[in-house]
Write a protein that binds this ligand. Structure first.
Ligand code: C5P
Length: 234
């Protein structure tokens, strides 16, 4: 692919049909697609193949978290599907992340490997209950640094966290940010949002965008408008 579209459309569907219908309306030159646990569990690799046949690159968002060997083998199995990006939980620790990275280093076309740090659904009380003394912000920084030191390509984070993580983890580190809303769009259930342009200015590498595109009356038009706001697939 000659260009590198910054938009990753979240395919939050329970079955293949609406995902394929959306893919038929969008354009792979303008976006990649994120397939998560619900859709992948319901449809399996066959759907990924169909989406890739349409020219899309896939972020397989399964957030692996297991012992090092099992995680590494799962990442290799994901790579064999021909995907573009896969992820693990940083809380699996250094040895798990290193094993995943080393496993992928052995495959022909390795996908980007990124980590989830602290789920944004978790607050201070949740961490305290788990026996973790750090604040969520401290833990995000610590786990992102650990992910980088373990050889991973990047992390999922909020656009608000992006400047700090960009400064800490360097210019090459891949920051994938959900919680993106075009200026005119509603918030849905997202609390802290940022516009696509502001997120990129803050240091985001890729923007995960779901409902502002998937629930738009004209999804392609919504995608084109956001692409124009951020300067296309540049
Ligand atoms: O529809 P919306 O743009 O809110 O979708 C955002 C996507 O990013 C969803 O797939 C959601 O699960 C995911 N996500 C998120 N916040 C995180 C991590 C992932 O919204 N912290």
């Amino acid at each position: 692919m000659s260009n590198d579209p910054k938009i990753i459309v979240a395919m939050d569907y329970a079955e293949a049909q609406p995902a394929l219908e959306l893919a038929a309306r969008l354009q792979p030159e303008l976006c990649r697609l994120k397939v998560g646990k619900e859709l992948f569990t319901a449809t399996g690799p066959q759907l990924l193949e169909q989406l890739m046949q349409r020219g899309y690159e896939i972020f397989l968002d399964l957030k692996f978290h297991d012992i090092p060997n099992t995680t590494a083998q799962a990442c290799k199995a994901a790579a064999a599907l021909g995907i573009w990006m896969v992820n693990v939980h940083a809380l699996g620790g250094r040895r798990m992340m290193e094993a995943a990275q080393e496993g992928l280093a052995k495959v022909a076309r390795p996908p980007k490997l990124i980590a989830v740090t602290v789920l944004t659904s978790m607050g201070q009380e949740d961490l305290t209950e788990l026996g973790i003394a750090a604040t969520p912000a401290e833990l995000v920084l610590r786990l992102a640094t650990l992910a980088r030191d373990s050889g991973l390509d990047g992390v999922v984070c909020s656009a608000q966290e992006a400047p700090l993580l960009r400064g800490q983890c360097g210019g090459e580190f891949c920051l994938v940010t959900p919680g993106i809303r075009p200026a005119q769009a509603g918030l849905d259930d997202q609390m802290r949002v940022m516009t696509p342009r502001a997120a990129l200015d803050n240091g985001s590498s890729y923007l995960v965008i779901g409902r502002p595109i998937t629930r738009a009356a004209d999804p392609l038009q919504a995608l084109q408008e956001i692409s124009q706001q951020i300067g296309a697939g540049a």
